[in-house]
Design a protein around this ligand. Sequence first.
Ligand SMILES: [Fe+2]
Length: 496
Amino acid sequence: MENNASIKIVQGPDVGKVYNLTEFPVGIGSDLENFVQLPGNSISPYNLRIKRKGNLYILEDIETKHKCYINNKEVVNSILKSGDQITIGDFKLLFQAPFAVEIARSSLEHIPIHFDSEVSTDQKKTKFTKVSSHKRMSLSQQQVAILLNFLRDLIKTRSLASGAQLTCSVFKMIEPAIESAAVFLLEANSHRLVPVYSKKFSKSKTPIVIQEKGLSRAIALKRGVMCSRREAKTHSHSTFLPMAHGGAPILAFQCNSMNARDPSKSSQVFQEIVALAAPHFQTIILQSEWEELLLGVMETIVAMIEAKDAYTIGHSERVCLYAQVIAEELKLDLETTRILMISARFHDIGKVGIPDAILKKGILLNAEEFEEMKLHPVIGSGILSPLPLFEKIVPGIAHHHERWNGTGYPDGLSGEDIPFFARIIALADSYDAMISGRPYVGFMTAADAVKKLKNESELFDPHVFKAFLRAWDSGKITQRTDTIRKKTKPNEGRTS
Ligand SMILES: [Fe+2]
């Protein structure tokens, strides 16, 4: 299957004829000069034209003597989408756009992969063959055991990267000759392939070369394809596997092996594994979309809270970024850092339950008001606790005002009894309160704030505090402060 746009006659003379559209504009009409020549009186000599602008296909009705319809709706100029049915005169034409994938290269920094269009491989010479599918696979007892364990472990995974990692590991168990693998998420709307996971099983330092054409071909065909290359004594082999759910591709896998015994057989098993795992991956994707939606709502709530007090505008974002700097110093992994950042971003969400009169108060709170304000960590955890998606972020929110020496609130926890994220947020929160000039702290320069924090170091986890000081000494904290200040200008709009 060529990856070109095409027109197929689905009604009228020559039904079934397919025109591969390689050069644009494409003329459609009864005159012989047209690339798509449709005979008969119901068609004008030069009736339609299809132009191409990048990935867009535009249909123009040149002569209006015979009206043109797309999906039964009359049009003059219209963008053509894959699957559109064009009706002119007695003919119905089916337009198919090529499957175009765009790799989101910008998000690749941490993944050691290269693309074949960036290295000197000749894509045109690569021949792809389909992975055959059998209704009944003959698996060894050992392979069945591997598969069952894989499915059991997969159900426990919540992130795409972990699921992809598990899947690639099982590929390796099935086919020990696998040298490397990479997994991409196919964004439904943009058709972009976003890297999710990659793994090199061998110790060689050469990068993983991603064959865009192979991935595109597999996704367009909705089944696995393979290609192989012989070089001297080696026989390298790549398998490209689309993972589809409900007929729609959601992920794509590339596995590269060297001198595999029976790559076709392994690829068949991979194809079955991908099909078995698809429903769970779909669940993970839906969960992450749901999480994004909820986070969006929570962003709005935090913005509303912060808008009530000029001193706190941008506070949560700054705390989140200081927490990220501390996480970098502590060398936390990406997923842990992500959860920490969400917790920090929404640490004050419970203020939504604090009366406006207290939030907006521009002077020191009295004892009664302060007691009311102290409820916000509990309110915040109460709001988010019912959502299983956020179970890991709640402890950071509930305890971000606890202090290492036990003098904080709401529970007066001390030392390592304080949840780890809460210890990081507490420090980031205190630093930002000092430099954003809150009435109860007074305005301080960043250097004065650090000096004050050093004098109060018994309030913070020493390990976290050391990480903060390392980041401060290397200029990362001030860099981050300056970046955010330019954006949010927290001290603007002070009332007094
Ligand atoms: Fe707070």
